[in-house]
Design a protein around this ligand. Sequence first.
Ligand SMILES: *[C@@H]1O[C@H](CO)[C@@H](O)[C@H](O)[C@H]1NC(C)=O
Ligand SMILES: *[C@@H]1O[C@H](CO)[C@@H](O)[C@H](O)[C@H]1NC(C)=O
Ligand SMILES: *[C@@H]1O[C@H](CO)[C@@H](O)[C@H](O)[C@H]1NC(C)=O
Ligand SMILES: *[C@@H]1O[C@H](CO)[C@@H](O)[C@H](O)[C@H]1NC(C)=O
Ligand SMILES: *[C@@H]1O[C@H](CO)[C@@H](O)[C@H](O)[C@H]1NC(C)=O
Ligand SMILES: *[C@@H]1O[C@H](CO)[C@@H](O)[C@H](O)[C@H]1NC(C)=O
Ligand SMILES: *[C@@H]1O[C@H](CO)[C@@H](O)[C@H](O)[C@H]1NC(C)=O
Ligand SMILES: *[C@@H]1O[C@H](CO)[C@@H](O)[C@H](O)[C@H]1NC(C)=O
Length: 664
Amino acid sequence: MVLLAGRFAALVALLSLSGAALSAPAVHVAADPCVKVAGKQFAFPADALACLKSFPFNETLRQNVLTVVDRVFNFYTFEDFYLHSPPPFQDSTTNIRAQLQRINSTKYKTDYDFNHDLFEFTNQLNDGHTRWLPSCYETYQNLLPAPVVTLEQNGVESVFVAPDLLEFIPLVGSGYTDLLASIGFDWQRLAGARVLAIEGQDPYAYADFIAATQSGNYLDHGVRVNSVFSSYRISGNDFSQRFGDIAGPAFPDLQSLTMTLQLVNSTKPETVKVPFISSFAGVAFTNGADYWANNCAANDETNGVDNKSGSQFGRLAASDAPPQKTRKLAKANVVDLQAVSVGLPSQFEPTVPTLSGSEGVIKSYVLPDNKTGVMFVGSFEPDDFNGFQTDVQSAFKEFEQAGVSQLIVDLTNNGGGFVCLGQFLHAFLTGSKSLGNFQNPGFQSTLRANPLAQKIVASDIALGLNASFSFYTPDNYDFLNDTQMPLTDNFVNPPTTRTINGQQFAESQRFGDTCELGFVVDIPEEPFFPPDKIAIVGNANCASTCAMFSTLMNERHNTTIANFGGKPGSTFQFKGMAGNQVLEWFDIDSEIKTANLKDDPLAPPDLLVNADFRHNWRIAYSFLDETTPIEYKSEPARIRFPYTADTYNNPQNLWTFAASKLFS
Ligand SMILES: *[C@@H]1O[C@H](CO)[C@@H](O)[C@H](O)[C@H]1NC(C)=O
Ligand SMILES: *[C@@H]1O[C@H](CO)[C@@H](O)[C@H](O)[C@H]1NC(C)=O
Ligand SMILES: *[C@@H]1O[C@H](CO)[C@@H](O)[C@H](O)[C@H]1NC(C)=O
Ligand SMILES: *[C@@H]1O[C@H](CO)[C@@H](O)[C@H](O)[C@H]1NC(C)=O
Ligand SMILES: *[C@@H]1O[C@H](CO)[C@@H](O)[C@H](O)[C@H]1NC(C)=O
Ligand SMILES: *[C@@H]1O[C@H](CO)[C@@H](O)[C@H](O)[C@H]1NC(C)=O
Ligand SMILES: *[C@@H]1O[C@H](CO)[C@@H](O)[C@H](O)[C@H]1NC(C)=O
Ligand SMILES: *[C@@H]1O[C@H](CO)[C@@H](O)[C@H](O)[C@H]1NC(C)=O
């Protein structure tokens, strides 16, 4: 709104300067590009981009945003590691403060250009917990009607246009296919075509390029390579097929992709310019002013709240919010900007019946061999925290009744979620007896003891706050001997210091999570399945809580973990992003306000725009090496299988194949 007033002011100035003679071209110049795409679910990228770029750069907003980002980075656990990212993660090396200075002194034409640059810099930290996410510009996702996959055929791995294109693309919606038809683009003929080149490059080189520059979220390059391809997942409690980052980039920057293809049943390669279409996922608008007001201006949910004040009751009505007076629930998840959720064509969903407890993010089955149980854990962020636990319990009752003797856990595209649900599943699979000699779940945690964090803990203790109000209060955590910290134990003062890449790094004492306080089902004493009868499969896009869960299974139980996909001949990590706990901008701002410290000179101001600057707030240390964060502990999967035309989009086929290979 305010910006539009600015644009009108400029127009008025132009009109009065140039006089009546210029009125016709001036009206043309003034045309609001957002009007052209208003009310449309699908648009051509050039039109969507014109709307996004219609808001001029504003120095006030840059200073506001960069001040918030700069001060929140003080809480970021991995800042000092980035100065020299340890191998094999060296491609993420970044001098964070130098980048902020660069962005502070770059000349931008539009607000979009500034936000895009800040987005790209944080995106290329490859830490899905630490990102600038401007709601204003996450409104359009580009979709290419030719998502690509890497498949083995006759012993050779190559890139193909998804063979299920004819079943998949119509699920995007008729608005999408109509727009493609309106420009006469015949996408149907591309189904299953062999991809010989993308933008003039070998398709695997192009996959590397997108993984290096756009995929983000995961520290390991090999994991990001899998993000670029289309894959199955659970989204919104249902099977879904992800476009992949080549075919589904977050911004409407590209108009098309030029691909050299060998169509099915053809021997001659041909070069096709495949158009992108942008899909709108923001708040509806009718013009530019409206667009700004609805998508870009800060709203009631942008900035944090003082959780002592009761002003939070509105938000607590949300279905996933913990009931008042219970503990707040720590989260570790990534944001997948492939927000457009398209179903997996139903003919590729499992044909064996689901077991009970499969309504949410977990889908459980018994394979036709009657001896393999499958639990597809699509996320650790269910609608219902307790329901996740009872779903696991229900499925295991049925596994027992069916007499299955081995278990496949599928973690494909599991973006994480509640920290304690990862610890719950680990405990449930391995049994309380084996947990007896664990300290905490098997890894230690810390947070960064910067001066403002120290003030927050001191203030929370002085105010007598507890874990219903803040993540900083000591009762959120256990000492390493598994007893809960008393409310008065200041675990960040004195801090523990060490030198990381030449910087003095200060962190809290080591502690564990108090997850056991949130378990609502009994952990079996003995495990249902012996450790060698549990195998994990996935595409390594296993983030945050998923990464901590799979790391526990690997480090504590030597569980067999098989990666599917990747480039021919590659080995890569079985997980990415094991930060431990993420705080959204809303969360850290609430912590500061609840501790009565919003007026402190170190405190970031409220954001003027609607956006999130999330950051990794806690470290989880490797059990095998308690000086190294799990994040930086290289743990490649021992086994890799390429996808085939039978498995890339067909979970049951993949599980059947895995069961035949992974159990003796
Ligand atoms: C820049 O943004 C600020 C804060 O929203 C606003 O007050 C100011 O008018 C804007 N400046 C221009 C030139 O639009
Ligand atoms: C950006 O640079 C200007 C000029 O040096 C400085 O005054 C301002 O504080 C900087 N902003 C931030 C957020 O660091
Ligand atoms: C390719 O050829 C096979 C065998 O002739 C045929 O069954 C199939 O329908 C053809 N596919 C396409 C896409 O033309
Ligand atoms: C404050 O309350 C909001 C809900 O109103 C909740 O989402 C948030 O986690 C709480 N934050 C803290 C720090 O207690
Ligand atoms: C925090 O204290 C309030 C009383 O001020 C109490 O009702 C609540 O149960 C406590 N929460 C926890 C997690 O101990
Ligand atoms: C699995 O169990 C079902 C139902 O009891 C039975 O019909 C089927 O033949 C069994 N399959 C195998 C491979 O034993
Ligand atoms: C656990 O450790 C804490 C901190 O060192 C100590 O105060 C407490 O007494 C210990 N509790 C038990 C049961 O050992
Ligand atoms: C883990 O299992 C593999 C076989 O899958 C074996 O080679 C390896 O020695 C085991 N490691 C440990 C620490 O037991």
